[in-house]
Ligand binder design. Structure first.
Ligand code: BGC
Length: 461
């Protein structure tokens, strides 16, 4: 047999995809994103509508995930279905989630369940949502209800998806509901979300001592346009601290760094309130000092010229495809948390409607996960965003993240090449030379590395 290089992943590594309720279920008309849509705030003016119709036919897509030999799947619960009015619980909604989770378990996929992925019931929003600390108790009450009802089917919980994205988009940039631009509220919301995570953590721990409980943060890299420029470095560092590390530090220790700590109360009982670190990673920005953009902390962000790019979306959110970034983030989180907990990549993906960059990008990002593993960083799973094309928030249907193409009008599914590639990787629990050769030979050198140090770690079969 010919010699073949291979990057093998540890036994029991979780391979899956990630998604969220609003983006996939369809028919969610009781949350703030539906209201946002009705207010004409979606940039494409499209509607989420039936989305990927998961409320009715999620199992069909789970079957496709099973065919890819995924052994995990991350989805979220829609709070606005479970508690449509304050204190009124809908057991039919819970029944539907029970069906989905049972189906996943029958297919031998570990469900990773997110309790809050951006959307909230309108009654909660109308009380001021997470801007009001008083409201945390409502979230915790919902969490208790949901976990009690589902704990026999799920023991991996993500309390809150990306508090840093929710707070900055909704309250600083105004591009997500409620569309505010108020830095002080941004900080307050961020703090309250982290406190809400802590309270939810203890509530879940009480109900299900063996559960794995955590949250996920979105990590975005900010690199200086000119590494020799002190000003570029300073403003890139500011954005990096504010968006990424201040949040992680506060979640870990309960204390925000200066000067945020002057404005914000510490997060009570924060220490130790996670069993893993959830990492969502997509892209990096280059940052140049610019005195005319105080709202962006004096750093103008742009995509590195010459970079391979995601489809940009209507708001240019999706920039460079930068695989080393995932390695850098894994390493930084590991170092900053002193390796105290396992890491899961709870999201990583690419907007690429034609699927002409995704195969290479996926291989290169996974090679970076493997590099982190070789260095002893305990990464336990990888959830690709996303299984099927879904409603991409403000960009509507204009950007496509699915391994499987989905036509929202006909609901037809067509697996992209990336889906069959991902299936082969999951089945092999490895990236093989043969897979790279067939799907993205241009990634070969990057994936298998050229240095002696890299060669030492490739196995021969
Ligand atoms: C969010 C997802 C979103 C993805 C791509 C992440 O920040 O958690 O809901 O679809 O980015 O934009």
């Amino acid at each position: 047999m010919a010699e073949q290089r291979i990057l093998a992943f540890p036994r029991g590594f979780l391979w899956g995809t990630a998604s969220s309720s609003y983006q996939c279920e369809g028919g969610n008309t009781n949350n703030q994103w539906y209201r946002w849509e009705r207010q004409g705030r979606i940039l494409s003016h499209e509607q989420c509508g039936d989305a990927a119709n998961w409320w009715k036919i999620a199992e069909k897509d789970f079957e496709l995930a099973e065919q890819m030999e995924n052994n995990a799947l991350r989805l979220s619960l829609e709070w606005s279905r479970i508690e449509p009015a304050e204190g009124r619980w809908d057991s039919a909604a819970i029944d539907r989630y029970r069906q989905m989770l049972l189906d996943l378990r029958r297919r031998r996929m570990v469900p990773l369940v997110t309790l809050h992925h951006f959307t909230e019931p309108l009654w909660f929003v109308d009380r001021g949502g997470f801007a009001n600390e008083e409201n945390i108790r409502f979230f915790v009450r919902y969490v208790k209800y949901a976990v009690e009802a589902l704990r026999d089917l799920c023991d991996f919980w993500v309390t809150i998806n990306e508090p840093n994205v929710y707070a900055t988009q909704g309250y600083e940039l105004g591009s997500f509901p409620p569309g505010e631009k108020n830095i002080q509220r941004t900080f307050q919301v961020l703090r309250n979300l982290l406190q809400a995570h802590v309270e939810a953590f203890y509530a879940i721990r009480g109900l299900q001592p063996e559960a794995r409980i955590g949250y996920c943060l979105h990590y975005r890299l900010f690199d200086p346009a000119d590494p020799l420029s002190l000003l570029d470095r300073a403003v890139a560092g500011l954005q990096d601290t504010f968006f990424n590390w201040a949040v992680l530090q506060a979640a870990e220790t309960g204390h925000f760094p200066f000067p945020m700590n002057a404005l914000l109360a510490p997060i009570a009982r924060a220490a130790g309130t996670r069993d893993y670190h959830g990492i969502n990673y997509y892209t990096r920005d280059m940052v140049r000092f610019d005195p005319t953009v105080p709202a962006e902390l004096f750093g103008r962000r742009f995509v590195r010229p010459g970079a391979i790019r995601n489809d940009p979306g209507l708001d240019n959110t999706f920039g460079e495809i930068y695989a080393e970034g995932l390695y850098r983030v894994l390493k930084a989180v590991y170092r900053r948390t002193r390796g105290n907990k396992p890491l899961y990549i709870t999201e990583n993906g690419f907007s690429d409607a034609l699927d002409d960059r995704r195969p290479r990008a996926t291989l290169e990002h996974l090679a970076m996960v493997h590099r982190a593993l070789r260095e002893g960083i305990p990464v336990h799973g990888y959830m690709h965003w996303s299984l099927v094309d879904n409603f991409e928030w403000n960009n509507g249907w204009q950007v496509r993240f699915g391994l499987i193409e989905m036509n929202p009008i006909t609901q037809e599914r067509i697996p992209r090449r990336s889906a069959s590639m991902y299936g082969e990787i999951c089945r092999a629990n490895a990236i093989t030379e043969n897979i790279v050769e067939r799907y993205a030979p241009e990634a070969m050198d990057f994936v298998f590395g050229k240095t002696e140090e890299e060669k030492e770690h490739t196995l021969t079969v």
